[in-house]
Structure formats: C-alpha cells, structure tokens
Design a protein around this ligand. Structure first.
Ligand code: NI
Length: 258
C-alpha cells in the first residue's frame, strides 16, 4: 500500500467549492496518507485550521503570502496568525511567507519586512517555515542568511530557481518542494535541480489548484495528480516510484516534525 505525503495544497480555494468534501474524502483511498493545507492570508489561514479539524489526515500552515502582505499592516493582524498557530496543535509551520517580485506593483520593502517578521514568529513558536520565492532569489537568500534561517528550518516550496540557488538553501538545511512543473516540457531547470538535490531533501507537493502536471496542464490540480510528477522525479533519480514515495514521506515527516 503506497503512502504519499502532499506537503503543499490550497483546498480552501474556490476551485474546490463544488466537490471539496468528496474529493478530500477520496484522498486516503488513493494513497494520499497526509496532506498539508497552506494559508496565504488571514482568511485562508483560518479556513486552513477549519480543514485540519474536519480531516484527520490534514495538517495546516498559517501565514501571509507576499502578494497579500498589506493585510499585515493592520494593527493586530500578525497576532491573529500567532494565535491560530498557538491554539491549534495541527498547525505545523508558518507560511507561506517570502518574496514575490513577479508583478510590477510588488512592494519589495514591505514584503521584506513581513518576511522577516513572520520568520521571527516561526522562531519564537519553534515552527519551521514554508517559503514562497519567485523572481527574488538574491533577496530571499540574503534575508534568510542574515536571519540565520538554518536555525528555523523548513521548505522552499515550488522551487523555481537553478542549481546554484538550490545549493544555498540545501546548505541551510532546507527541503525543496517539487510538483507538477517537473513534468512540463520547459521544466528542464527544475529537472536539473532534482538531479542535483539529494533524495533526502526533496518533498512532493502540488500547490493545487494551481500547476497541474502534464497531461493536465492548465486544468485544476489536486493531490490525486502527484503520481505524474513523482514518476518523473523517480526516473531522474533512477529509483522505483514506490521508493520515492517512501523517502519523500519520511522527508515530509521530518520537515513538519510529525
Ligand atoms: Ni502555495
């Protein structure tokens, strides 16, 4: 019986409103033994905690994504995140937090400020972090180095940079989250990173409803599609996919300290 650990999903998303219950209820029988839902702002962090209460196999991560970072400028907003983490034992990390410079209106200074502050919250609560970093590799590395992120630990999810950047995060003890992008025809850079990274530092994720693997690219993603990316990773590593599931399951247990 295979056991897959889904490390990064957004089942609170509207895309699942139609069939959330039936889909989530079917995950276990399809080998998804554990799943972590990731908050991206105050309301999805609260929804994440609700999901962890409804489903045995579900754990949660709470925090504010760089794209929603203005929310934290409201007095007391960060305390809401802290309270969610402290009062719910199934909250296993702070995230997703980080830097996203993809869009022109990105407020880089504000993103940095709250990346650091949320990292400090994780340190205080002794929780790992789930890092989102897009088009901002240098600042992400500089901040994490300056903040001694190696003492906090965590994962760089949906890893999108090259080998040199991967090395920096691996040297800090971080895991790399790999999902559907590894199946894309233009996914060569990620394939190279997968080849380079030690097996004991890779975790499986979807980032669903986004980033469905081939042959479903562009459609709604779910944890049920993890096998498509996993097979590509297993082929790169030259191992059976069953072995990959087992190794990445153990990695995820260590990452989230379960
Ligand atoms: Ni995400």
């Amino acid at each position: 019986m295979i056991k897959i650990f889904e490390t990064h999903a957004h089942y609170d998303d509207d895309a699942f409103d139609e069939d959330r219950y039936s889909l989530l209820s079917s995950l276990r029988e399809n080998g998804i033994d554990k799943a972590v839902n990731i908050g991206a702002n105050l309301s999805t962090s609260k929804a994440t905690v609700e999901l962890t209460k409804k489903y045995d196999f579900m754990y949660g991560v709470v925090g504010v994504h760089p794209s929603d970072i203005r929310e934290l400028e409201t007095e007391g907003a960060i305390d809401v995140i802290e309270k969610l983490a402290v009062e719910n034992s199934k909250v296993v990390a702070i995230g997703e937090i980080g830097l996203d410079y993809h869009y022109d209106d990105a407020d880089e200074a504000l993103q940095k400020k709250w990346f650091i502050n949320q990292m400090e919250l994780a340190r205080k609560l002794k929780l790992p972090i789930v890092v989102h970093s897009r088009d901002g590799a240098k600042d992400t590395m500089d901040i994490m180095t300056a903040e001694n992120a190696q003492d906090i630990g965590g994962v760089v999810h949906c890893f999108s940079y090259g080998k040199e950047v991967a090395k920096t995060f691996l040297d800090m003890g971080f895991y790399l989250g790999v999902g559907g992008v590894v199946t894309f025809k233009n996914g060569k850079k990620l394939k190279d990173v997968v080849e380079y990274a030690p097996l004991d530092r890779i975790v499986l994720e979807t980032d669903c409803p986004y980033l469905a693997p081939e042959p479903f690219r562009g459609r709604r993603n779910s944890s049920l599609y993890i096998p498509y990316g996993a097979q590509v990773i297993a082929d790169i590593k030259g191992i059976d996919v069953e072995e990959l599931y087992q190794i990445t399951y153990n990695n995820a247990m260590k990452l989230y300290r379960l």
